[in-house]
Design a protein around this ligand. Structure first.
Ligand code: SF4
Length: 352
Protein backbone atom coordinates (compact mmCIF):
# COMPACT_ATOMS: atom_id res chain seq x y z
CA UNK A 1 0.00 0.00 0.00
CA UNK A 2 1.20 3.49 -0.80
CA UNK A 3 -0.44 6.89 -0.38
CA UNK A 4 -2.50 8.10 2.54
CA UNK A 5 -5.95 9.56 1.93
CA UNK A 6 -9.22 9.80 3.79
CA UNK A 7 -11.39 6.78 3.14
CA UNK A 8 -14.31 8.71 1.65
CA UNK A 9 -12.01 10.78 -0.57
CA UNK A 10 -11.03 7.79 -2.69
CA UNK A 11 -12.63 6.90 -5.99
CA UNK A 12 -12.67 3.19 -6.74
CA UNK A 13 -9.72 3.66 -9.09
CA UNK A 14 -7.72 5.53 -6.43
CA UNK A 15 -8.60 2.84 -3.94
CA UNK A 16 -7.16 0.23 -6.30
CA UNK A 17 -3.95 2.26 -6.46
CA UNK A 18 -3.73 2.64 -2.70
CA UNK A 19 -4.40 -1.07 -2.24
CA UNK A 20 -2.14 -2.14 -5.09
CA UNK A 21 -1.05 -5.72 -4.78
CA UNK A 22 -4.41 -6.85 -3.47
CA UNK A 23 -6.69 -8.93 -5.72
CA UNK A 24 -9.67 -7.20 -7.33
CA UNK A 25 -12.18 -9.03 -5.16
CA UNK A 26 -10.55 -7.55 -2.03
CA UNK A 27 -10.89 -4.04 -3.46
CA UNK A 28 -14.56 -4.76 -4.17
CA UNK A 29 -14.97 -5.94 -0.57
CA UNK A 30 -13.40 -2.76 0.80
CA UNK A 31 -15.64 -0.64 -1.45
CA UNK A 32 -18.72 -2.53 -0.30
CA UNK A 33 -17.68 -2.09 3.32
CA UNK A 34 -17.32 1.66 2.79
CA UNK A 35 -20.60 2.28 0.99
CA UNK A 36 -22.97 -0.58 1.86
CA UNK A 37 -21.99 -1.55 5.40
CA UNK A 38 -20.49 1.82 6.41
CA UNK A 39 -19.38 0.67 9.86
CA UNK A 40 -15.97 1.10 11.49
CA UNK A 41 -13.11 -1.00 10.13
CA UNK A 42 -13.41 -3.64 12.85
CA UNK A 43 -16.85 -4.57 11.49
CA UNK A 44 -15.45 -5.37 8.01
CA UNK A 45 -15.25 -9.03 8.84
CA UNK A 46 -15.03 -10.21 5.25
CA UNK A 47 -11.42 -8.94 5.39
CA UNK A 48 -8.52 -10.50 7.28
CA UNK A 49 -7.78 -8.69 10.55
CA UNK A 50 -4.21 -7.65 9.49
CA UNK A 51 -5.65 -5.96 6.43
CA UNK A 52 -8.26 -4.16 8.54
CA UNK A 53 -5.53 -2.84 10.84
CA UNK A 54 -3.52 -1.70 7.84
CA UNK A 55 -6.55 0.05 6.33
CA UNK A 56 -6.99 2.13 9.48
CA UNK A 57 -3.60 3.64 8.69
CA UNK A 58 -3.69 3.82 4.92
CA UNK A 59 -7.35 4.89 4.63
CA UNK A 60 -8.03 6.87 7.81
CA UNK A 61 -11.39 8.35 8.77
CA UNK A 62 -11.79 12.10 8.34
CA UNK A 63 -14.10 12.43 11.37
CA UNK A 64 -13.36 11.56 14.95
CA UNK A 65 -16.50 11.00 16.97
CA UNK A 66 -16.35 12.99 20.19
CA UNK A 67 -19.85 12.36 21.43
CA UNK A 68 -23.27 11.07 20.45
CA UNK A 69 -26.42 12.26 22.26
CA UNK A 70 -29.75 10.53 21.81
CA UNK A 71 -33.22 11.77 22.63
CA UNK A 72 -36.88 11.48 21.48
CA UNK A 73 -36.96 7.86 22.69
CA UNK A 74 -33.92 7.00 20.61
CA UNK A 75 -35.33 8.57 17.44
CA UNK A 76 -32.95 11.55 17.30
CA UNK A 77 -29.19 11.32 17.63
CA UNK A 78 -26.77 14.21 17.45
CA UNK A 79 -23.16 13.35 16.58
CA UNK A 80 -20.31 15.66 17.53
CA UNK A 81 -17.18 15.15 15.42
CA UNK A 82 -13.72 16.63 15.36
CA UNK A 83 -12.16 17.24 11.95
CA UNK A 84 -8.52 17.78 10.94
CA UNK A 85 -7.24 20.97 12.50
CA UNK A 86 -9.40 20.54 15.61
CA UNK A 87 -12.66 22.20 14.49
CA UNK A 88 -15.86 20.53 15.60
CA UNK A 89 -18.98 19.86 13.61
CA UNK A 90 -22.31 18.15 14.16
CA UNK A 91 -24.80 16.06 12.27
CA UNK A 92 -28.20 14.84 13.37
CA UNK A 93 -29.95 11.57 12.51
CA UNK A 94 -33.75 11.65 12.78
CA UNK A 95 -35.86 8.51 12.51
CA UNK A 96 -39.50 8.96 11.44
CA UNK A 97 -42.08 6.26 10.77
CA UNK A 98 -41.68 6.61 7.01
CA UNK A 99 -38.09 7.80 6.60
CA UNK A 100 -34.69 8.18 8.20
CA UNK A 101 -33.06 11.54 7.58
CA UNK A 102 -29.61 12.83 8.35
CA UNK A 103 -28.94 16.55 8.53
CA UNK A 104 -25.27 17.14 7.79
CA UNK A 105 -22.92 20.12 8.13
CA UNK A 106 -21.14 21.67 5.17
CA UNK A 107 -18.74 23.94 7.07
CA UNK A 108 -17.21 24.15 10.52
CA UNK A 109 -18.94 27.28 11.79
CA UNK A 110 -20.51 29.71 9.33
CA UNK A 111 -19.66 33.13 7.95
CA UNK A 112 -23.24 34.19 7.20
CA UNK A 113 -23.87 35.59 10.69
CA UNK A 114 -27.65 35.02 10.87
CA UNK A 115 -28.50 36.62 14.20
CA UNK A 116 -30.73 33.87 15.63
CA UNK A 117 -28.45 30.94 14.78
CA UNK A 118 -26.00 29.28 17.17
CA UNK A 119 -23.64 28.39 14.32
CA UNK A 120 -23.72 31.94 12.97
CA UNK A 121 -22.99 33.33 16.44
CA UNK A 122 -19.85 31.20 16.50
CA UNK A 123 -18.18 32.49 13.31
CA UNK A 124 -16.45 30.56 10.56
CA UNK A 125 -13.63 28.01 11.01
CA UNK A 126 -13.26 26.28 7.66
CA UNK A 127 -14.98 24.57 4.75
CA UNK A 128 -15.50 20.83 5.08
CA UNK A 129 -14.07 18.55 2.42
CA UNK A 130 -16.16 16.32 0.24
CA UNK A 131 -14.86 13.30 2.21
CA UNK A 132 -16.02 14.91 5.46
CA UNK A 133 -19.51 15.44 4.05
CA UNK A 134 -19.76 11.88 2.72
CA UNK A 135 -18.46 10.38 5.95
CA UNK A 136 -21.22 12.12 7.95
CA UNK A 137 -23.72 10.32 5.71
CA UNK A 138 -21.91 6.99 5.98
CA UNK A 139 -21.85 7.15 9.76
CA UNK A 140 -25.53 8.05 9.90
CA UNK A 141 -26.32 5.18 7.56
CA UNK A 142 -24.52 2.80 9.88
CA UNK A 143 -26.22 4.25 12.98
CA UNK A 144 -29.63 3.89 11.30
CA UNK A 145 -28.83 0.29 10.31
CA UNK A 146 -28.02 -0.52 13.95
CA UNK A 147 -31.65 0.42 14.65
CA UNK A 148 -32.77 -1.65 11.67
CA UNK A 149 -33.58 1.40 9.60
CA UNK A 150 -32.48 2.39 6.12
CA UNK A 151 -31.15 5.90 5.65
CA UNK A 152 -33.52 7.46 3.10
CA UNK A 153 -32.90 11.22 3.08
CA UNK A 154 -29.97 13.59 3.31
CA UNK A 155 -30.48 17.27 4.05
CA UNK A 156 -27.54 19.66 3.97
CA UNK A 157 -28.95 22.02 6.55
CA UNK A 158 -26.58 21.65 9.48
CA UNK A 159 -23.68 23.95 10.29
CA UNK A 160 -22.60 26.20 7.45
CA UNK A 161 -23.90 27.58 4.17
CA UNK A 162 -23.72 24.76 1.59
CA UNK A 163 -23.67 27.04 -1.45
CA UNK A 164 -20.58 28.78 -0.04
CA UNK A 165 -18.77 25.43 -0.30
CA UNK A 166 -19.88 24.12 -3.68
CA UNK A 167 -16.49 22.64 -4.51
CA UNK A 168 -16.97 20.01 -1.81
CA UNK A 169 -20.77 19.90 -1.86
CA UNK A 170 -21.42 18.68 -5.39
CA UNK A 171 -18.90 15.82 -5.54
CA UNK A 172 -20.22 14.71 -2.14
CA UNK A 173 -23.86 14.80 -3.26
CA UNK A 174 -22.94 12.89 -6.41
CA UNK A 175 -21.34 10.20 -4.23
CA UNK A 176 -24.41 10.10 -1.98
CA UNK A 177 -26.50 9.58 -5.09
CA UNK A 178 -24.23 7.10 -6.89
CA UNK A 179 -22.82 5.05 -4.03
CA UNK A 180 -25.46 5.23 -1.29
CA UNK A 181 -28.22 5.03 -3.88
CA UNK A 182 -30.28 8.03 -2.76
CA UNK A 183 -32.26 9.69 -5.53
CA UNK A 184 -31.87 13.45 -6.06
CA UNK A 185 -35.44 13.83 -4.78
CA UNK A 186 -34.24 12.56 -1.41
CA UNK A 187 -31.36 15.03 -1.20
CA UNK A 188 -32.14 18.56 0.00
CA UNK A 189 -29.70 21.44 -0.16
CA UNK A 190 -30.50 24.47 1.91
CA UNK A 191 -29.26 28.01 1.42
CA UNK A 192 -29.72 31.34 3.04
CA UNK A 193 -30.11 32.71 -0.48
CA UNK A 194 -26.79 32.85 -2.36
CA UNK A 195 -28.26 33.69 -5.76
CA UNK A 196 -25.26 32.76 -7.95
CA UNK A 197 -25.24 29.32 -6.30
CA UNK A 198 -28.99 28.89 -6.88
CA UNK A 199 -28.51 29.80 -10.55
CA UNK A 200 -25.71 27.25 -10.91
CA UNK A 201 -27.91 24.68 -9.17
CA UNK A 202 -30.20 24.69 -12.20
CA UNK A 203 -27.36 23.38 -14.39
CA UNK A 204 -26.02 20.74 -12.01
CA UNK A 205 -26.50 17.14 -13.10
CA UNK A 206 -28.37 16.33 -9.88
CA UNK A 207 -31.83 17.92 -9.58
CA UNK A 208 -31.77 18.10 -5.78
CA UNK A 209 -34.54 19.69 -3.72
CA UNK A 210 -33.90 23.35 -2.89
CA UNK A 211 -34.75 24.78 0.53
CA UNK A 212 -34.29 28.50 1.16
CA UNK A 213 -34.06 29.83 4.70
CA UNK A 214 -36.26 32.88 4.19
CA UNK A 215 -37.44 33.85 7.70
CA UNK A 216 -38.74 37.29 6.62
CA UNK A 217 -40.84 38.56 3.72
CA UNK A 218 -39.61 42.17 3.61
CA UNK A 219 -36.04 43.35 3.05
CA UNK A 220 -36.29 45.67 6.02
CA UNK A 221 -36.87 42.77 8.41
CA UNK A 222 -34.72 40.20 6.60
CA UNK A 223 -31.71 42.54 6.67
CA UNK A 224 -31.84 42.41 10.48
CA UNK A 225 -31.96 38.59 10.61
CA UNK A 226 -29.81 37.57 7.65
CA UNK A 227 -27.00 39.99 6.79
CA UNK A 228 -26.57 38.34 3.35
CA UNK A 229 -29.96 39.76 2.38
CA UNK A 230 -28.32 43.16 1.83
CA UNK A 231 -26.36 41.60 -1.01
CA UNK A 232 -29.12 39.35 -2.36
CA UNK A 233 -32.48 41.01 -1.62
CA UNK A 234 -35.79 39.21 -1.60
CA UNK A 235 -37.09 40.14 -5.08
CA UNK A 236 -33.95 38.86 -6.80
CA UNK A 237 -33.90 35.79 -4.56
CA UNK A 238 -37.49 34.88 -5.44
CA UNK A 239 -36.78 35.35 -9.15
CA UNK A 240 -33.81 32.97 -8.97
CA UNK A 241 -35.94 30.41 -7.07
CA UNK A 242 -38.75 30.69 -9.63
CA UNK A 243 -36.26 30.11 -12.43
CA UNK A 244 -34.78 27.08 -10.69
CA UNK A 245 -38.18 25.52 -10.09
CA UNK A 246 -39.35 26.24 -13.66
CA UNK A 247 -36.24 24.64 -15.11
CA UNK A 248 -36.11 21.63 -12.82
CA UNK A 249 -39.86 21.12 -12.31
CA UNK A 250 -39.06 20.33 -8.71
CA UNK A 251 -41.01 21.80 -5.83
CA UNK A 252 -38.99 23.86 -3.37
CA UNK A 253 -39.53 24.95 0.21
CA UNK A 254 -39.02 28.04 2.33
CA UNK A 255 -37.87 27.57 5.90
CA UNK A 256 -39.28 30.05 8.39
CA UNK A 257 -38.08 30.13 12.00
CA UNK A 258 -41.05 31.48 13.98
CA UNK A 259 -39.69 34.20 16.28
CA UNK A 260 -42.01 35.71 18.87
CA UNK A 261 -42.83 39.34 18.07
CA UNK A 262 -40.26 39.50 15.27
CA UNK A 263 -41.51 37.73 12.12
CA UNK A 264 -44.72 36.05 13.24
CA UNK A 265 -47.27 38.79 12.56
CA UNK A 266 -50.00 38.12 10.03
CA UNK A 267 -48.79 40.83 7.66
CA UNK A 268 -45.57 38.81 7.22
CA UNK A 269 -47.71 35.72 6.56
CA UNK A 270 -49.67 37.56 3.83
CA UNK A 271 -46.46 38.78 2.21
CA UNK A 272 -44.90 35.33 2.46
CA UNK A 273 -47.93 33.84 0.71
CA UNK A 274 -47.46 36.33 -2.14
CA UNK A 275 -43.81 35.34 -2.50
CA UNK A 276 -44.65 31.62 -2.52
CA UNK A 277 -47.25 32.15 -5.21
CA UNK A 278 -44.68 33.74 -7.53
CA UNK A 279 -43.12 30.29 -7.82
CA UNK A 280 -44.85 27.49 -9.77
CA UNK A 281 -45.53 24.94 -8.41
CA UNK A 282 -46.21 27.10 -5.35
CA UNK A 283 -43.42 26.83 -2.79
CA UNK A 284 -44.05 24.83 0.37
CA UNK A 285 -43.41 26.52 3.73
CA UNK A 286 -41.91 24.84 6.78
CA UNK A 287 -42.68 26.75 9.97
CA UNK A 288 -40.12 25.99 12.66
CA UNK A 289 -40.64 27.31 16.19
CA UNK A 290 -37.36 29.11 16.99
CA UNK A 291 -35.00 27.25 19.24
CA UNK A 292 -33.55 29.52 21.82
CA UNK A 293 -29.79 30.10 21.62
CA UNK A 294 -27.51 31.73 24.15
CA UNK A 295 -26.58 34.64 21.87
CA UNK A 296 -30.10 35.71 20.81
CA UNK A 297 -32.60 37.34 23.13
CA UNK A 298 -35.83 36.34 21.40
CA UNK A 299 -37.86 33.20 21.91
CA UNK A 300 -40.00 31.02 19.68
CA UNK A 301 -43.56 32.02 18.77
CA UNK A 302 -46.47 30.67 20.76
CA UNK A 303 -48.32 27.65 19.42
CA UNK A 304 -51.42 29.85 18.98
CA UNK A 305 -49.56 32.43 16.87
CA UNK A 306 -47.95 29.71 14.75
CA UNK A 307 -51.40 28.29 14.01
CA UNK A 308 -52.77 31.73 13.02
CA UNK A 309 -49.75 32.30 10.76
CA UNK A 310 -50.22 28.88 9.20
CA UNK A 311 -53.95 29.55 8.61
CA UNK A 312 -53.16 32.67 6.57
CA UNK A 313 -50.85 30.66 4.34
CA UNK A 314 -53.32 27.80 3.92
CA UNK A 315 -56.14 30.23 3.11
CA UNK A 316 -53.95 31.72 0.37
CA UNK A 317 -53.36 28.29 -1.14
CA UNK A 318 -49.85 27.80 0.25
CA UNK A 319 -49.08 24.46 1.86
CA UNK A 320 -47.46 25.07 5.22
CA UNK A 321 -46.25 22.50 7.70
CA UNK A 322 -45.38 23.16 11.31
CA UNK A 323 -42.20 21.20 11.87
CA UNK A 324 -41.95 19.40 15.14
CA UNK A 325 -38.73 20.28 16.86
CA UNK A 326 -36.54 17.25 16.98
CA UNK A 327 -33.75 17.10 19.51
CA UNK A 328 -34.51 20.35 21.25
CA UNK A 329 -33.27 19.04 24.58
CA UNK A 330 -29.87 18.10 23.15
CA UNK A 331 -29.46 21.27 21.06
CA UNK A 332 -29.89 19.29 17.87
CA UNK A 333 -32.73 21.31 16.42
CA UNK A 334 -32.59 23.87 13.61
CA UNK A 335 -30.33 26.81 14.41
CA UNK A 336 -28.95 25.14 17.53
CA UNK A 337 -25.90 23.37 16.13
CA UNK A 338 -22.90 24.91 17.81
CA UNK A 339 -20.59 21.91 18.25
CA UNK A 340 -19.47 23.12 21.64
CA UNK A 341 -20.83 21.22 24.58
CA UNK A 342 -21.61 17.54 24.54
CA UNK A 343 -24.94 17.07 26.31
CA UNK A 344 -25.27 14.10 28.61
CA UNK A 345 -28.39 12.08 28.00
CA UNK A 346 -30.73 10.86 30.62
CA UNK A 347 -31.30 7.10 30.86
CA UNK A 348 -35.01 7.64 30.11
CA UNK A 349 -34.35 9.43 26.84
CA UNK A 350 -31.66 7.05 25.66
CA UNK A 351 -33.27 3.95 24.27
CA UNK A 352 -30.36 1.77 23.29
S1 SF4 B 1 -28.77 29.88 9.64
FE1 SF4 B 1 -27.45 28.69 8.26
S2 SF4 B 1 -26.48 30.28 6.96
FE2 SF4 B 1 -27.32 31.36 8.76
S3 SF4 B 1 -25.59 31.44 10.21
FE3 SF4 B 1 -26.81 29.60 10.68
S4 SF4 B 1 -25.76 27.95 9.58
FE4 SF4 B 1 -25.08 29.91 8.67
Amino acid sequence: MTALLHRYAASKETLATVLQGLPRYRIDQVWKSLYSDCGPTETWTTLPSELRTELDTSLPCSLQEIHASTTDDGLTTKFLYEVDGGARIESVLMLYPDRATVCISSQAGCAMGCTFCATGQQGFSRHLSSAELVEQVARAKYAAALQERRLSNVVVMGMGEPLANEEALWPAMQTVHDEFGLSARHITVSTVGLIPGIRRLADRPLPVTLAVSLHAATDELRNTLIPMNRRYPIDELITSCAEYVAQRKRRMSFEWAMIDGVNDDLDQAERLAELCRKIRPIAHVNLIPLNRTAGYAFKGSTRQQIEKFQSVLLRRGVEATVRRNRGNDIDAACGQLAAITPVEISPQSAKK
